[in-house]
Design a protein around this ligand. Structure first.
Ligand code: ATP
Length: 454
């Protein structure tokens, strides 16, 4: 099988698992969907929440120098004028005169040295024109020019325009950062690769403000921190690639940009950008609003516009990377010696949507079901658990393997002392990846699990 074919089959299996087990579904599916928009089902929502919570913990709660904010999606249009988005946030597009497809000019295939339409093969293409990626909308009852604004195409601008307010209320000194997680919208010409390029997505962004002389070092610092983050959520470094953007491809204001890329089945693609944006954003808003966004340095008595380093990550792309990195098909031999394929999502326990499955060995035996339900209630305040009493125990383990549940707890006849007193009051814990089982006293179960999922 060629590499391409096996990679695309792998991707098909991942998409199908996501739908079948309720991770990710097409938005508005019963009406035929909406291109570039996705809904997260029960498990996908847990996974996404775990990712965002861990980002927040790492970037805000565990640090002294970063605070959070939650800005509005709709903002004054002038924000987008000043930031440059209204004039330049666009992709170059061409139209095919034959089949009327609208295409990204920078992604056209070449034949005999000439660009052509990938849909119908025609060479009859229009000149490239800029197509703005922002979704335009109207605020209020009248749809005229004065009511125009946009759904934000990135979360960062809310941070820049609130810089002064947040600085004052948090009483931080540079270097310090403002972090935010939220929705962003881009009218992408060609949404593709499942959730990778969507029209509605979420970002996790940090703007880290600093003295101009510290920007270059802080860019390197944040690249390292962010790579460590991916390791800590279970994306190993051999699946990541750091692409240093050459000066001629960087935004004109940037003094250094790295893309952190992931080996998706459909290619090596960007997960996060880490950019040293100088004082561009704050200066633009200072100029356009007429309000000072300078920082007063008490130590040196200087006033200056802080520089900024921005690690900007996509929630949905990282969720997809987590699923792709975790997806695994293994051949194992069952108790009767028969080989079978086991599908496992090997999520880091910290990211797994369900932390622990709880199973009474038999369904109709109240003496097993009762303690199993008590365990469920005792663990529930601490983690996401799932109770399952239907089917053979092996099948129940497999169902949890397929959604990445790292631990399975079984209440059996030993637990209730039916095979003698030695194991009474203990349960078996089965570990997903090794499939090994250990017996643990019920009283130690919570701390056993909590130690491993945080
Ligand atoms: P690309 O080159 O892939 O379009 P970008 O360089 O325009 O991405 P940024 O503007 O740097 O992306 O946005 C920061 C992050 O937001 C990206 O690294 C990505 O994770 C996420 N992101 C951007 N566009 C999309 C999208 N259409 N769908 C999902 N996530 C996105």
């Amino acid at each position: 099988m060629t590499q391409d074919k096996s990679a695309s089959e792998r991707m098909e299996k991942i998409v199908s698992l996501c739908k079948r087990r309720g991770f990710i579904m097409q938005s508005s599916e019963i009406y035929g969907g909406l291109n570039g928009c996705w809904d997260y089902g029960p498990l996908g929502t847990e996974l996404k929440r775990n990712l965002k919570d861990f980002w927040w913990r790492r970037m805000v709660r565990e640090r002294d120098d970063i605070v959070g904010m939650d800005g509005s999606i709709l903002m004054n249009r002038q924000v987008w004028v000043a930031s440059g988005h209204e004039a330049t946030f666009s992709d170059p597009m061409v139209d095919c005169r034959s089949c009327k497809s609208r295409l990204r000019a920078d992604q056209l295939p070449e034949k005999d040295g000439k660009l052509h339409c990938p849909v119908c093969g025609s060479f009859d293409l229009t000149e490239a024109r800029a197509f703005n990626l922002m979704f335009k909308t109207y605020v209020g009852a009248t749809e005229d020019e004065s009511a125009i604004t946009y759904l934000r195409p990135e979360t960062a601008q809310a941070i820049f325009v609130q810089f002064k307010n947040v600085l004052e209320v948090s009483r931080k000194k540079v270097p310090f950062g403002i972090a935010q997680i939220g929705k962003a919208f881009r009218n992408e010409i060609n949404p593709r690769n499942f959730t990778f390029r969507s029209r509605e997505f979420e970002q996790m962004e940090l703007e880290y403000f600093c003295r101009p002389e510290d920007g270059v070092d802080l860019l390197e610092y944040w690249l390292k921190e962010r790579l460590k983050f991916y390791e800590d959520v279970g994306i190993s470094s051999d699946l990541l690639h750091v692409h240093k953007i050459p000066p001629e491809e960087r935004a004109h204001y940037s003094q250094g940009t790295y893309d952190i890329e992931f080996h998706f089945p459909f290619g090596v693609q960007e997960l996060e950008g880490v950019a040293y944006r100088t004082d561009y954003d704050l200066s633009q808003h200072q100029k356009a609003s007429g309000k000072s966004l300078e920082y007063f340095d008490e130590e040196t008595g200087q006033h200056f516009v802080p520089h900024v380093v921005e690690p900007s990550a996509g929630v949905d792309r990282t969720v997809l990377a987590l699923i792709c990195a975790a997806f695994c098909e293994e051949t194992i031999t069952d108790q009767k010696g028969k080989a079978e394929t086991r599908t496992v999502l090997k999520f880091h326990p910290r990211m797994a949507p369900i932390k622990c499955g709880i199973f009474p060995l038999l369904k109709n035996n109240e003496r097993l079901v009762g303690p199993a339900r008590e365990i469920v209630e005792s663990l529930r305040p601490h983690m996401m658990v799932f109770y399952d009493e239907s089917g053979a125990i092996g099948r129940r383990y497999r169902r949890q393997d397929e959604v990445g549940t790292p631990f399975g707890v079984t209440v059996d006849f030993d637990t209730i002392g039916e095979n003698g007193p030695s194991n009474q009051g203990t349960v078996t814990i089965r570990e997903r990846d090794s499939m090994k089982q250990v017996r643990v006293p019920i009283g130690e179960l919570k701390s056993f699990l909590v130690d491993r999922i945080n």
